[in-house]
Design a protein around this ligand. Structure first.
Ligand code: BGC
Length: 420
């Protein structure tokens, strides 16, 4: 990070801390489960910690490394089963309902009512935070998943043009390859495979197809001709990844683009958090464009903290303060500047944000109106966790097994979609 930017963020952090300082009736401890361990993510997590501590409470970090959060969710299950749930856990989408059905989540309606969350949140978000009409989780941001990140130097070297369609993508990929640059930085983990897959599905098939096939899980659409094209395109992308992709963490893939070893990465805007943490400037050192063919659509991924039922009165008070503060404007700004995402709270000033975030904020509103705002499957926003796991595994099997035919993959996907 450049020193000016460090100073700027430092100043923002201090201003936010001052604005947030308050004296709680009772100081308590909040144990927070998250998986924000990469460079940009850690800075965002620190903003959350500072916010809580300024309120006089104690932060107990429960970080479980692993992009996409699969490992964190496994650890969470064993902690809850053994009767030792954390105060707050990064849980998203329909999983919030699944946890609430287990009877382990706390009702935070008192905070939500006092802070007017119903008025401050887009309905698509507040619906996800509620179980049977009551808030059980607090949202922190909106990530856009359908981004393509590119290194302009690498593109210049290759004489390539930023792609807006999948045809153009493969032309650019060929040119990068010829210039000795890895065309697409990828990490072969099933959530990353699916992050790529859902952008291909949206770009090739459009928002209606995406919703029908991957949200409503319509069998005929999954086995139909558009999905054939999607899977063919997806497999073609693999041909432009490098041999070390299997198992690579997403932030190491981003580092390849930062260094110019790779030309592009298909990833949500937490990748921007990495570029920024590395001192890179959007628009100059790196660029963001919508994933090919998806400029008029938006795959959303909302990070949120579900609150678990607690017994200790001071810890309950601290938990409620956390819920309150993460929706406050100061936190929404500070956190999202580091995280790469945009504030989830409506009508926030965006003047401190870069052009990628400003585009994201505008597109979030525009696509909601146009009906092309779609939930991310890869990031747990769309379907029950069992279905999500099954379709992710199928897509990764297809990605990894060069002998699996497209027709075979379609049949397996349709079966995975029927998972109960
Ligand atoms: C989360 C992001 C996180 C990313 C990589 C996503 O599922 O929503 O907050 O940065 O995974 O770990």
């Amino acid at each position: 990070m450049t020193s000016t930017r460090t100073q700027r963020f430092g100043a923002i952090a201090l201003a936010a801390a001052a604005a947030l300082a308050f004296t709680p009736a009772q100081a308590g401890e909040v144990e927070v489960l998250h998986w924000w361990t990469s460079g940009g993510e850690a800075k965002a997590a620190a903003a959350l910690k500072i916010t809580l501590q300024k309120g006089g409470h104690r932060w107990k970090d429960f970080a479980v490394a692993g992009g996409g959060g699969d490992s964190a969710m496994t650890v969470l299950k064993s902690r809850v089963v053994s009767g030792n749930a954390p105060s707050a856990a990064q849980i998203k989408g329909p999983s919030i309902q699944e946890w609430a059905q287990e009877g382990v989540l706390a009702n935070i309606d008192d905070v939500a009512k006092a802070e007017k969350w119903d008025e401050l949140l887009p309905k698509v978000v507040s619906d996800i935070m509620k179980y049977k009409g009551s808030y059980v989780a607090a949202p922190v941001n909106v990530h856009r998943v359908n981004w393509l990140w590119a290194n302009p130097e690498a593109f210049k070297k290759a004489g390539a043009k930023l792609p807006t369609s999948w045809d153009e993508f493969f032309v650019a990929a060929e040119a990068l390859k010829k210039a000795g640059i890895v065309p697409i930085a990828h990490g072969g983990q099933n959530w990353q495979d699916f992050t790529t897959f859902e952008s291909v599905a949206l770009g090739v098939g459009g928002a209606e197809f995406y919703k029908k096939a991957l949200v409503q899980l319509d069998g005929a659409t999954i086995t139909g001709p558009t999905m054939t094209k999607v899977l063919e395109t997806f497999k073609k992308v693999k041909g432009y990844t490098d041999k070390n992709a299997p198992g690579r963490d997403w932030n190491l893939a981003t580092a390849m683009v930062i260094k110019g070893e790779a030309g592009m990465q298909l990833m949500g805007d937490w990748a921007k958090g990495e570029f920024v943490a590395a001192g890179k400037t959007p628009g100059t050192d790196f660029v963001c464009v919508a994933a090919p063919g998806t400029a008029k659509a938006f795959t959303f991924n909302v990070d949120s903290f579900a609150m678990f039922k607690l017994k200790d009165a001071a810890n309950i008070a601290a938990q409620k303060d956390l819920a309150k503060e993460i929706m406050a404007p100061a936190f929404q700004e500070l956190f999202n500047l580091y995280k790469g995402s945009i504030p989830v709270r409506l009508n926030m000033k965006m003047d401190k944000f870069d052009d990628c975030a400003k585009a994201s904020a505008k597109d979030f509103v525009d696509t909601a109106k146009a009906g092309t705002l779609v939930p991310s499957i890869a990031h747990g926003m769309a379907v029950p966790s069992a279905v999500e796991g099954a379709i992710k595994d199928t897509v990764s099997q297809f990605w990894n097994d060069d002998k699996m035919s497209v027709a075979d993959a379609q049949g397996k996907l349709a079966a995975a979609a029927r998972t109960k």
